[in-house]
Design a binder for this molecule. Structure first.
Ligand SMILES: NC(=O)c1ccc[n+]([C@@H]2O[C@H](COP(=O)([O-])OP(=O)(O)OC[C@H]3O[C@@H](n4cnc5c(N)ncnc54)[C@H](O)[C@@H]3O)[C@@H](O)[C@H]2O)c1
Length: 271
């Protein structure tokens, strides 16, 4: 058997595709010849990425979709099937945290808003489950495909402050394993479900935790860099290689795995 990292001609559905990480994943997957459906709550953000990809000669379709609304996902699924004919890859990229669900000096654990806690669980966990219910039907029907979830360092050990996000991302890792087994035992042994667990990237989602308004590092930012043996934040493009590998035949026996991409953060106690 020859090792192949080829994903060309595959149809990839990517949620949260207008965001920092998934816009980059979409572009890198398109550069490798994948046809990409870019789903986001904000159509203009997804459309901007789609235009860039089409400008590079790629095939991209932007679709407004809410990962928390099954009807919206069903409509998006239909549009993807009408345009591309099938689904080979699903990247569950929509996710995130919010300040109201995060403890701080001003916001103690005992006062955290239940709606904010629910928002974080819904977006990260329920969103991935609902999207896999809808698009996974095509994978089950084809008896072939890959799902990539986006976990976090917080999936392995909770991070301070981010109480809802940490438990939600632990659930994303658990769902990755559950879904891999469920597809294999019930539909096909040729469907794989894996996750990437990005380490620390400096993005809109965590900027309020890692940098002060003047751009200097917070104590948390300093602690992150000190505990990352590579001594720096990651760049979203550094996640793309692992995603392309996981979606390709080269990863044909990788299933139910959560791959850390973290500059060594999860390998280091700090001593
Ligand atoms: N940024 C990091 O350092 C980091 C680290 C680990 C994991 N992650 C995870 O990576 C994923 C992407 O993060 P990001 O930093 O690119 O975030 P981002 O906020 O830049 O992008 C998220 C995208 O999801 C979209 N979205 C939000 N709610 C949605 C909904 N209900 N339906 C459809 N789309 C919706 C947003 O419009 C946005 O375009 C998330 O799951 C995040 O938790 C991020």
């Amino acid at each position: 058997m020859q090792v192949s990292f080829d994903i060309s001609g595959k149809t990839a559905v990517i949620t949260g595709a207008g965001g920092v990480i998934c816009s980059v994943l979409a572009k890198e997957m398109a550069k490798k010849g994948a046809r990409v459906a870019l789903l986001d709550l904000f159509l203009d953000a997804a459309e901007k990425v789609a235009e860039e990809i089409r400008g590079m000669g790629g095939d991209a379709l932007a679709i407004k979709a809410n990962v928390l609304d099954r009807t919206s996902l069903e409509e998006a699924h239909k549009l993807v099937l009408d345009h591309f004919g099938t689904v080979d890859i699903l990247v569950n990229g929509a996710g995130g945290n919010k300040a109201d669900a995060t403890t701080s000096k001003d916001k103690i654990f005992f006062d955290l808003d239940p709606d904010a806690l629910r928002w974080v669980f819904d977006l990260n966990v329920v969103g991935a489950v609902l999207t896999t219910q809808v698009f996974g039907k095509t994978l089950a029907k084809n008896k072939h495909g890959q799902v990539i979830n986006i976990a976090s360092m917080a999936s392995f050990l909770p991070l301070t402050n981010t109480v809802a996000y940490s438990s939600a991302k632990a659930a994303v890792a658990n769902f990755t394993q559950w879904m891999a087994v469920h597809f294999n035992l019930n539909y096909s042994t040729d469907i794989r479900v894996n996750a990437i667990a990005p380490g620390f990237l400096l993005t809109t989602q965590n900027q309020f935790l890692l940098t002060k308004p003047d751009g200097s590092a917070t104590d948390r930012g300093k602690a992150v860099i000190a505990k990352t043996p590579m001594g720096r934040y990651g760049d979203p493009v550094e996640l793309a290689g692992a995603v392309i590998w996981l979606c390709s035949p080269a990863a044909s026996f990788v299933n139910g795995a959560v791959i850390p991409i973290d500059g060594g953060f999860s390998a280091y106690w700090g001593v």
